[in-house]
Write a new protein. Structure first.
Lengths: 465, 303
C-alpha cells in the first residue's frame, strides 16, 4: 500500500460522490413525479487488504442504489383505490340523476299530479265549463311532459353508462399492455444490471391506476415482474410480459356485454362488480333501471286508475267508454309512453256519471278522489300517487347522500394511505439538499485527499532529485 | 413519521377543499334561505316537505272549491229570498181578497198582479250562475221552468264537491224539491207552489169571472205552507254555507299548521348560520394563512 493507494481511494470517493449527487439530483428532479419512489445510495467500505500485517480498507464502494418501497402499502392502496373508484363513479352519476327528482326547489312529477287532480276539482264545480275542461287537458299534458322528461333523462343516463364502457375498457387495455411491457423491460434490465427502479415505479403507478378501474390482485415475482389477476373471477390479466384484454360484445347496441381474453386464454364473458367498470355496469343494469321502474310503475298506475274511472263516465253528449290516457301494456317503458288518448278533447271528457245529465259531476268527483286512495302499484295498491312519489324522491336522496358519505370516507382512507406512502417513498427537498451539501463536502474532501497525496508524491520525487 | 413538503401541500389542499366545501354549503343555505336544497341534503325531511307541499296544494284547491261553492250558495240564497218575497206578496194579495170582490177592476188588477208574480217566481227559478241554471240539478244547461206550463225540465241530482279529503258537500237545491214539493233527501215540503199560484189566479177571477172565496182561502193556506217550504230550503242553504265557512277555517288552520312545520324544517336560522359562517370563515382563513406560511419554508432559502 503506497501513496498511489491513497490516490486510488480519493479517486473512488470522487466517483462515488459524483454518483451519489446524481441520485440526489434524480430525486430532486422527480420531487413532483407521480408514483416516484425516492432512491438512496447505500455505501459500504470496500473490502480491506492486508498491509504490513494490518487489514486496511480500500475506500468506499456503492452497495446498491435502492428505492424506498413498501409492498404491503401498495396492496392496501390497490384495494382502497378499487373501492374508491366504484364509489366515486356511482356518486357522480347519482348526483347527475338527482336533479330529475329535486321537487324540493323545483316543480316535477309530484306537483304535476296534484295540479292534474286540482283541475278535476275545478271541473266538479262546473262540469260543462269549456275553460275548466281545457285546464284538465292542459294539466294532463304537463303531467305527460313531466313523465316523459324524467323517463328520457333516466334512459339517457343508462345509454351514457353503456357508451362509457368503450373508452373505459380501452383505457384498461392500454394500461394492461403498458404493465406487461414494463414487466418485460424490468426483467431484461435487471438480468443485466442492478435495479430498474424508475421502471418499477412506473409499473406500480400503473397498477394503482388500474385498480381504480377494476378490482385486481397482484403478486410480485422474484424476477422483478408483477402478475395481475382480476378480482372478479380470478382470471389472469398480466402474466410476465403478456397482457390480456377486455372487449365488448356490441350485438345489442343498448346493452354491451363485457368479455375478457386472458393472456394465452380463451374469450369469456365476465361480470364486473368492482372499480369504475363495476360501478358503470351497476348503474346501467341495476341502479338507474331501478328508479326508472318506479317511475314507470307510478305512470302505469296513474294511467290505469284514471282510465278505469274515466271510461265509465259520460261526456256532455252522452259518449262513454273513452280512455283519458293512451292505455299502456306493460309497466316497463310506461313513463316514456305516457300520453293523452288520441280520442280525448274537451268535448269527450267524461265528468258526468249519467248519459243524459251533462251537468252531473259525479264521475269528475270520483276521479278527484283517486288522488287520495291507494292506487300504486296497479293490481296490488299500497300507496297513493303522491306518497309513492315522495318515497321515491326520498330514496334517491338517501342513495345520493350515502354515496357522498362513502366517497368522503374512501377519500379520507386513500389519503391516509397515500400520506403513508409519501412519508415512506416521497422526496423531501430539505433532505435531498442536506444530502447534496453532505456529498459536496465529501467530494471536496476526496479531492483534497488526491491533492495531498499528490503533494506527498511530489515530495518523494523531489527527494530523488 | 417522516414528513415531506409534498405531504404538507397535499394535506393543505385536502383540508382547504374540505373547508371550502363547508363554506360553500353554508353559503348555499344562506343565499337560498332553505335548509334542504336537494333531496340528498336531508332525505327524510325532503319526504316530509314533499308531502306537506302536496297537502298544501290540496288545501289551496279545496279553498278554491269552497270559495266557488260559497258564491254558488249566495246566488241560491238571493234567489230564495226573492222567491219568498214573491210568495209573501201573493199571500198579501190573497189576504186582501179573502172574501172575494164584486169590483171587476179590483179582480182584474189582482189577477194581473198574481200573473206577474208567478212570472217573477219562474224567472228567479231560472237563475244562472255562470252558464249553469242553479235550480236545474245535473241537467243545468237549459232553463228548468217555463211560463207555458208548470213542468220541471231539470233533474233531481244533488251535485257534490270535495271540501276536505274524501268529504263532500251537496251544492245545489233542485227546482222540483223547491217549487214542486217532490223528491226526497232532502225534502223541504210537499207544496206545489206553481200549481198553488195557478189555483189562486183562477180563484181570484178577473173582470168577467167572479171570485171563488173557498178556493182563495185554500190557496192562501197552500201559499203559507209554500212559504214555509222556501224558508226550510233557505235554512238548508244557510246551514251549508256555515259548514263551508267552518271547513274553510279548518283548512286555514291545517294550512297554518303545515306551513309552520314546513317552515321549521325548511327555513334556515340566519342567526345560527351567521355564527357558523363566521366561525367557518375564520377557520378557513387560518388554514389559508397557515398553508401560505408553511409551504414557503424551504432549506433552499438558507443555503
Amino acid at each position: 500500500m503506497g501513496l498511489s493507494a491513497a490516490m486510488e481511494i480519493g479517486k473512488n470517493g470522487l466517483n462515488i460522490y459524483r454518483i451519489a449527487t446524481e441520485v440526489t439530483s434524480e430525486n430532486i428532479a422527480n420531487v413532483n413525479t407521480q408514483g416516484y419512489s425516492r432512491q438512496r445510495v447505500l455505501l459500504e467500505s470496500a473490502p480491506p487488504t492486508l498491509h504490513n500485517g494490518f487489514p486496511l480498507g480500500t475506500g468506499v464502494q456503492i452497495s446498491v442504489v435502492e428505492r424506498y418501497y413498501d409492498g404491503l402499502l401498495q396492496q392496501q392502496l390497490v384495494s382502497a383505490q378499487t373501492t374508491q373508484g366504484f364509489d366515486t363513479s356511482r356518486s357522480t352519476v347519482l348526483q347527475q340523476i338527482e336533479p330529475y327528482f329535486n321537487e324540493v326547489t323545483n316543480d316535477g312529477i309530484g306537483t304535476a299530479i296534484s295540479n292534474f287532480f286540482g283541475a278535476w276539482q275545478d271541473l266538479t264545480l262546473n262540469p260543462g265549463g269549456t275553460s275548466e275542461r281545457q285546464v284538465v287537458i292542459t294539466r294532463a299534458q304537463i303531467l305527460s311532459d313531466n313523465f316523459q322528461s324524467v323517463s328520457k333523462g333516466l334512459n339517457d343516463a343508462i345509454a351514457t353508462q353503456n357508451a362509457t364502457l368503450v373508452p373505459l375498457t380501452d383505457s384498461i387495455n392500454s394500461t394492461l399492455t403498458n404493465i406487461a411491457q414494463l414487466n418485460g423491460q424490468i426483467k431484461s434490465t435487471e438480468l443485466l444490471s442492478g435495479n430498474a427502479n424508475e421502471m418499477r415505479d412506473q409499473r406500480d403507478q400503473l397498477v394503482r391506476d388500474l385498480s381504480l378501474k377494476i378490482g385486481i390482485t397482484f403478486t410480485e415475482n422474484v424476477d422483478g415482474t408483477t402478475d395481475i389477476r382480476y378480482a372478479d373471477g380470478g382470471a389472469e390479466l398480466v402474466t410476465g410480459s403478456n397482457a390480456g384484454a377486455f372487449s365488448l360484445d356490441q350485438t345489442d347496441p343498448a346493452n354491451f356485454v363485457v368479455q375478457l381474453t386472458p393472456p394465452g386464454g380463451a374469450l369469456a364473458v365476465v361480470a364486473p362488480t368492482t372499480g369504475e367498470l363495476g360501478a358503470t355496469m351497476a348503474m346501467r343494469d341495476t341502479i338507474i333501471p331501478g328508479y326508472l321502474a318506479q317511475v314507470d310503475t307510478l305512470a302505469k298506475s296513474v294511467v290505469d286508475a284514471v282510465n278505469a274511472q274515466h271510461s265509465v263516465g259520460f261526456s256532455p253528449t252522452g259518449g262513454t267508454n273513452q280512455n283519458f290516457f293512451t292505455p299502456l301494456g306493460t309497466v316497463a317503458g310506461a313513463a316514456g309512453a305516457f300520453s293523452i288518448d288520441a280520442g280525448l278533447d274537451i268535448s269527450t271528457i267524461a265528468a258526468s256519471g249519467n248519459a243524459l245529465l251533462p251537468g252531473d259531476n259525479s264521475n269528475a268527483l270520483a276521479i278527484v278522489q283517486l288522488n287520495s286512495t291507494y292506487t300504486v302499484p296497479s293490481g296490488a295498491p299500497t300507496a297513493t300517487f303522491s306518497s309513492y312519489y315522495s318515497s321515491l324522491v326520498s330514496k334517491v336522496g338517501l342513495d345520493v347522500q350515502s354515496s357522498k358519505t362513502t366517497v368522503s370516507q374512501d377519500e379520507a382512507f386513500t389519503k391516509q394511505l397515500t400520506t403513508l406512502r409519501e412519508s415512506n417513498s416521497g422526496v423531501s427537498l430539505d433532505e435531498e439538499l442536506t444530502n447534496l451539501v453532505k456529498y459536496q463536502r465529501s467530494y471536496q474532501a476526496s479531492s483534497k485527499l488526491i491533492t495531498t497525496a499528490t503533494e506527498m508524491m511530489d515530495m518523494v520525487i523531489g527527494m530523488i532529485r | 413519521m417522516r414528513v415531506t413538503a409534498n405531504m404538507s401541500s397535499d394535506n393543505s389542499i385536502y383540508n382547504l377543499q374540505q373547508g371550502r366545501a363547508k363554506l360553500d354549503k353554508l353559503q348555499n343555505q344562506v343565499s337560498s334561505g332553505q335548509n334542504v336544497n336537494t333531496p340528498s341534503d336531508d332525505p327524510i325531511s325532503s319526504r316530509l316537505l314533499l308531502e306537506i307541499g302536496d297537502k298544501l296544494r290540496a288545501i289551496d284547491q279545496r279553498s278554491g272549491n269552497i270559495n266557488k261553492a260559497t258564491s254558488w250558495l249566495q246566488f241560491t240564497n238571493t234567489a230564495l229570498d226573492g222567491m219568498s218575497a214573491v210568495v209573501n206578496q201573493a199571500k198579501k194579495v190573497a189576504g186582501t181578497l179573502n172574501t172575494g170582490s164584486d169590483d171587476p177592476a179590483i179582480r182584474q188588477s189582482a189577477h194581473d198582479q198574481l200573473v206577474d208574480l208567478k212570472k217573477q217566481l219562474i224567472d228567479m227559478a231560472n237563475t244562472q250562475f255562470g252558464d249553469q241554471y242553479i235550480f236545474a240539478g245535473a241537467d243545468n244547461t237549459t232553463p228548468p221552468f217555463s211560463n207555458t206550463n208548470n213542468n220541471y225540465a231539470g233533474d233531481s241530482t244533488q251535485l257534490s264537491i270535495e271540501v276536505a279529503q274524501n268529504s263532500v258537500q251537496a251544492l245545489n237545491v233542485t227546482g222540483d224539491r223547491l217549487l214542486k214539493g217532490i223528491g226526497s233527501n232532502p225534502t223541504y215540503g210537499t207544496t206545489d207552489i206553481l200549481e198553488t199560484f195557478d189555483n189562486l189566479i183562477a180563484a181570484v177571477g178577473d173582470n168577467t169571472t167572479p171570485s171563488d172565496v173557498n178556493a182563495i182561502s185554500q190557496a192562501a193556506v197552500d201559499l203559507q205552507s209554500g212559504a214555509r217550504q222556501l224558508n226550510i230550503a233557505t235554512s238548508d242553504i244557510l246551514a251549508r254555507m256555515t259548514r263551508l265557512d267552518n271547513m274553510n277555517k279548518l283548512n286555514e288552520n291545517n294550512k297554518n299548521t303545515l306551513l309552520s312545520i314546513s317552515t321549521r324544517v325548511q327555513e334556515v336560522d340566519y342567526a345560527k348560520l351567521g355564527v357558523e359562517l363566521s366561525s367557518q370563515k375564520l377557520a378557513f382563513e387560518a388554514s389559508l394563512s397557515a398553508t401560505a406560511k408553511v409551504t414557503q419554508l424551504s432549506l433552499l432559502d438558507y443555503l
